[in-house]
Design a protein around this ligand. Structure first.
Ligand SMILES: NC(=O)c1ccc[n+]([C@@H]2O[C@H](COP(=O)([O-])OP(=O)(O)OC[C@H]3O[C@@H](n4cnc5c(N)ncnc54)[C@H](OP(=O)(O)O)[C@@H]3O)[C@@H](O)[C@H]2O)c1
Length: 312
């Protein structure tokens, strides 16, 4: 049996319930994983709210898209991204059909990538969704060394990784954040700017030579309109959240896009960078699995200051 958190209705975090479920033995191409850490994402809230589909037939609904753990059983022909899997292998799983908020899961082996032994469980469970998104966004805007990139939400989980990957590549980064996160962004080599009314003027002052490209991780009209006002080439404005603004000609990206090799291979860039210290992921808070509703509420606040994890 496994402990699992499911949504019993569509709504806010209060619809989450802790239940006991059977963990099926792995079939062909599957593995069972003993879960050590689960990454909590704003997307999880969108799913339980019904924003991605509210068919009651989907209830009770598993929640969560990523986790890290140890393989405990292997079905026939179970191959992960790096080859055949064995009991005892440490893996990161994403996506997790059936939901990641659980202490044991049986999943398709092809959804696993190998976790480096030295990478802590919370970091391993949290970095793939946000890191793959940051890499995808950076690929779209194609900022070159010496160019200036505006990142809306530079203090968010996707934003922090996009900022670091860009500054490391020699790009000048201006990033928006609440004031309490400005020091963090300076530490990443970015110029922090406070979001809110007058944003475009503050960015102009911070980047007097202009802005070549923009990544929006927030999705507000303020973020989109500021990017449109400052970046001449609309194909170099990408948003991961402003899906209502497609009419502006900016690029909207998601994990469902057909061309996602950059996302599938993200672990090959992210894991070594975390291990050699050239990339930092902030784990702002950990909750026990049973307190998943509280964890999701904290993420929903929009100011978690980094990743939130569940520790079964
Ligand atoms: N399309 C995709 O592929 C994809 C993938 C991953 C995530 N997403 C989406 O991207 C968004 C961000 O995800 P995340 O994990 O980075 O979120 P997060 O870690 O919760 O970060 C939230 C960010 O929003 C900022 N913020 C809060 N209120 C704001 C406001 N009124 N104006 C401007 N900025 C504000 C916060 O700044 P302060 O805390 O400094 O105030 C922080 O930087 C979510 O909507 C998520 O669902 C999309």
């Amino acid at each position: 049996m496994a402990t699992k958190v499911v949504a019993t209705a569509f709504g806010g975090p209060e619809v989450l319930s802790v239940v006991e479920v059977d963990v099926p033995a792995p079939g062909p191409g599957e593995v069972t994983v003993d879960v050590k850490a689960v990454g909590v994402n704003p997307f999880d809230h969108k799913v339980i709210s019904g924003a991605t589909g509210a068919d009651p037939a989907r209830l009770p609904l598993g929640v969560g898209v990523e986790l890290a753990g140890v393989v405990t059983a292997v079905g026939p022909d179970a191959e992960g991204a790096d080859g055949p899997l064995a009991v005892g292998d440490e893996v990161v799983v994403r996506p997790v059909p059936g939901g990641a908020y659980a202490d044991a899961v049986t999943v398709p082996a092809r959804n696993t990538v190998p976790k480096p032994a030295a990478l802590p469980w919370p970091e391993a469970a949290s970095v793939l969704s946000v890191g793959a998104t940051a890499l995808h966004a950076l690929q779209v805007v194609a900022a070159k060394p010496g160019e200036t990139l505006l990142v809306h939400g530079g203090s968010g989980s996707v934003g922090q990784l996009a900022v670091q990957l860009a500054t490391r590549a020699g790009v000048t980064v201006v990033a928006t954040a609440g004031e309490r996160n400005h020091e963090l962004l300076r530490g990443y080599g970015a110029v922090p700017v406070t979001y809110g009314p007058g944003l475009a003027d503050r960015v102009r002052a911070a980047a007097p030579e202009g802005v070549d490209a923009a990544i929006d991780t927030i999705g507000t009209d303020e973020a989109v309109d500021t990017s449109l006002a400052l970046v001449a080439d609309r194909s170099r404005i990408v948003s991961i959240a402003a899906f209502g603004r497609a009419d502006t000609g900016i690029t909207l990206i998601s994990g469902d896009d057909p061309e996602t090799q950059v996302r599938a291979n993200a672990w090959k860039t992210l894991f070594p960078a975390l291990l050699d210290g050239s990339l930092n992921i902030v784990i702002s808070k950990a909750f026990p699995l049973e307190r998943a509703a509280e964890a999701l509420e904290f993420v929903r606040s929009g100011h978690a200051g980094g990743k939130v994890v569940l520790l079964p």
